[in-house]
Write a new protein. Structure first.
Length: 277
């Protein structure tokens, strides 16, 4: 599914990418492990063409993510020398679409309308999972603040941990604009949470956990109080596959599956797990 129209974006949007995103794009991401060789070769060709046509972006990517500097230089050096502006733009558009999940983060103001798991999501799904009243809450990978601002209606305080600067600024602008007093925004990855042990009553996330599951859950558990709750509450997505009408009450990792009906009328399962230390 395309979340963006690449013609609405410039290759200069790459200038807003964070170091971890550049690393994933050029080195450590799933694409480099699982993509077929012909796709990798086409991507490398397009990237080299676009980098040579945009030397400021080339400089930024190398300096923002020095561990990828040699890879980026090699891509540029090995690319065919293209000067035709139409061909260059075609290469840029393909790269913008390939990286659309990072590209759309550079324009968070459109995400609520473009991404179906944000648009129309019902915050009662979160409230049915856990009592947030007067709790101290941490949200991991907050994005535009879908879970954060819902939790803030009930919690004593909510901390929004988000590694993408454009998203942090978007949330801070909303906090200032709406006079929200109980939300604080900070930088952070799920694998490196910047809080001491046993800080929060509730640690929640949506569309975040999975790349390094054991490490991520261990870190979320570390900052959650004994007796507190871990929450996984994804947004709503139109799916082609059928979710089972029932799941085990508790899965093999100790998560309770909480059934609900999403805004598309589909069966959906959010999850919660009480922390025992």
């Amino acid at each position: 599914m395309a979340w963006i129209n690449p013609n609405d974006y410039s290759f200069n949007n790459f200038l807003l990418f964070e170091r971890f995103q550049i690393n994933m794009l050029f080195k450590s991401g799933d694409f480099h492990i699982n993509a077929k060789q012909d796709k990798k070769e086409k991507w490398a060709r397009n990237m080299g063409i676009a980098l040579n046509a945009n030397p400021i972006v080339l400089w930024y990517l190398q300096h923002r993510c020095p561990e990828c500097a040699n890879i980026i230089a090699e891509l540029a050096a090995n690319a065919p020398k293209v000067t035709n502006t139409i061909q260059i733009r075609e290469a840029e558009n393909k790269l913008l679409l390939h990286s659309q999940d990072f590209v759309i983060y550079t324009t968070p103001e459109v995400m609520d309308d473009k991404l179906e798991w944000i648009k129309g999501w019902n915050k009662e799904q979160l409230f049915e999972l856990v009592d947030l009243t007067d709790k101290t809450v941490l949200d991991i990978g907050s994005g535009t603040g879908r879970l954060v601002f819902a939790a803030a209606e009930k919690a004593a305080g909510v901390y929004a941990s988000e590694p993408v600067g454009t998203m942090r600024e978007f949330m801070r602008d909303k906090i200032k604009r709406e006079g929200i007093k109980n939300v604080r925004v900070l930088d952070g990855l799920v694998t490196e949470i910047s809080f001491l042990d046993d800080t929060f009553d509730v640690v929640m996330s949506g569309h975040v956990v999975g790349d390094e599951y054991d490490r991520e859950i261990a870190e979320m558990t570390r900052v959650c109080k004994n007796g507190g709750w871990l929450i996984s509450c994804d947004g709503d997505e139109m799916r082609n596959d059928e979710q089972p009408s029932s799941k085990p009450a508790v899965d093999e990792n100790g998560w309770e599956n909480v059934r609900c009906i999403d805004r598309f009328g589909q069966v959906k399962y959010n999850q919660r797990k009480q922390v025992v230390k």
